[in-house]
Design a protein around this ligand. Structure first.
Ligand SMILES: Nc1ncnc2c1ncn2[C@@H]1O[C@H](COP(=O)(O)OP(=O)(O)O)[C@@H](O)[C@H]1O
Ligand SMILES: [Mg+2]
Length: 252
C-alpha cells in the first residue's frame, strides 16, 4: 500500500495526524507531486465508514470541505487522499476570532440540501435515538468538534464528513452546543451564540429541550460503559447543557 501512495505523490514524507479517533491511519503525506492528507482503513467497519466519507466528501462541494484527491483499494486496504489543509484546529473559546469563521460556515451549511444521490445517515441511524423533529433534508455534518475544524490561511476548513446526515437544519447547532461548552462557554453563552445562526430558530424550545435531554442521556449511558476521556467529557458537556435547559424559564 505504501509504495502505491509513494508512486502517486512522488516519494513520501509521512506525518501522522494529532487528533481523531476513528481512522486506522490518518496522516499528511508529502511528495514531489503533491501534499495530501491520507486516510486508510482495513477492518470492515473502518472501510465502510471511509467509503461513506468518500461518497459524502465528493457530494459536498462547498469551499470549506477539502476535495477528494484520489482513492484506491489494495490488499484489503481502502486508501483515500484529501486536499491537505494546513493550520491549527479552531479555537471555540468565548471571544475567539475562529467563531466568526465558524458562524459563516454554519450559516451556509444550514441552507444546503443534502444531495439526493447519497444514501445519507438518517438522524436515528446517526444518533441512536429518534424524534420526528430531527427529520429533514438539510446537509448536517453532525461532528463540528474543534479537531474537525482547521483554520488555514485560505479560511476555515471542515474535515471528517464521515457522519454527515440528512436531517433538520437545527440539528447542526444543537450538536455544536456541547463543544462550545467544552471550549469554555457557559450553556447560556453557548445558546446566545447559537441563536444567531438562522437554523437554531427553525425548531421550538420544546424540541431543543427534548434533544438536549436525550443526547445527555445517551452520553451518560456511554460513560457508564466506556473509560475514554472524550466520552466522559461529552457526557459532562451534554449533561450541563441539558441541566441548563431543564431549569430555564418556559418562554425560551
Ligand atoms: N484534509 C486534511 N488536511 C489536514 N489535516 C487533516 C485533514 N483531514 C483530517 N485532518 C487532521 O486529522 C485528524 C483526524 O482526521 P479525521 O478526518 O477527523 O479522522 P477521524 O475519523 O479519526 O476523526 C483531524 O482531526 C485533523 O486534525
Ligand atoms: Mg475527526
Amino acid at each position: 500500500m505504501t509504495n502505491v501512495i509513494a508512486e502517486r505523490v512522488g516519494g513520501t514524507d509521512v506525518t501522522p495526524a494529532s487528533g481523531g479517533d476513528h481512522a486506522e491511519i490518518a496522516a499528511r503525506v508529502t511528495g514531489i507531486h503533491e501534499t495530501v492528507f491520507v486516510k486508510a482503513a482495513s477492518s470492515d467497519l473502518a472501510v465502510r465508514s471511509l467509503r461513506y466519507e468518500l461518497q459524502a466528501s465528493r457530494a459536498v462541494t462547498v469551499p470549506y470541505s477539502p476535495a477528494v484527491a484520489w482513492d484506491f483499494e489494495t490488499d484489503g486496504w481502502l486508501v483515500a487522499a484529501f486536499e491537505y489543509c494546513p493550520g491549527p484546529h479552531a479555537d471555540l473559546s468565548p471571544g475567539s476570532p475562529d467563531l466568526g469563521l465558524l458562524r459563516a460556515a454554519l450559516n451556509h451549511l444550514g441552507e444546503l440540501q443534502a444531495p439526493g444521490h447519497v444514501p445519507w445517515f438518517s438522524p436515528v441511524a446517526r444518533l441512536g435515538f429518534t424524534d420526528p423533529a430531527m427529520d429533514g433534508d438539510t446537509l448536517v455534518h453532525t461532528d463540528l468538534n474543534p479537531a474537525n475544524l482547521i483554520v488555514t490561511p485560505a479560511g476555515l476548513r471542515i474535515v471528517d464528513w464521515a457522519y454527515t446526515t440528512r436531517a433538520a437544519a437545527w440539528l447542526e447547532p444543537a450538536l455544536l452546543a456541547p463543544w462550545l461548552i467544552g471550549s469554555g462557554h457557559t450553556p447560556e453563552q453557548a445558546e446566545i451564540w447559537l441563536a444567531q445562526t438562522p437554523a437554531w430558530s427553525t425548531t421550538t424550545p420544546e424540541v431543543l429541550d427534548r434533544f438536549a435531554s436525550a443526547n445527555a442521556a445517551k452520553w451518560a449511558a456511554k460513560a457508564q460503559q466506556l473509560t475514554a476521556a472524550w466520552v466522559h467529557d461529552l457526557a459532562a458537556w451534554t449533561g450541563r447543557w441539558a441541566a441548563h435547559r431543564s431549569t430555564k424559564p418556559a418562554s425560551r
